[in-house]
Design a protein. Structure first.
Length: 102
């Protein structure tokens, strides 16, 4: 049931153009201001980032100060996270690890 729900919601987000694929979450510097500039076009929308198990430390530090950004690793990613998020950003490595878990 859980797997079917994840697949259905991912498909729905893709259809709504609210599922965004990115190469990597890595940032050069652990600056919140840098990440804020990247996510600024999305305004106050709730953003969920599906990152690999070994998430970039700079990205973690930068995202920790943003209230509308939520980081999830594949083993933590669930249906409620997808329902609460307006947009879901998925890294290549993150989706690959999620596929292995599913």
């Amino acid at each position: 049931m859980r797997v079917l729900a994840l697949k259905t919601l991912l498909s729905a987000k893709l259809f709504e153009e609210k599922l965004i694929f990115i190469d990597t979450e890595a940032l050069e510097h652990p600056k919140t201001q840098l990440l804020q500039a990247i996510v600024e076009p999305y305004g106050i929308d709730k953003l969920c980032f599906l990152t690999p198990t070994e998430t970039d430390g700079n990205f973690k530090l930068a995202a920790s100060n943003l209230k509308n950004v939520n980081l999830k690793q594949p083993q933590e990613f669930n249906v409620s996270d997808m329902l609460l998020a307006d947009y879901i950003f998925v890294t290549k490595q993150g989706i690959a690890e999620l596929e292995q878990i599913i």
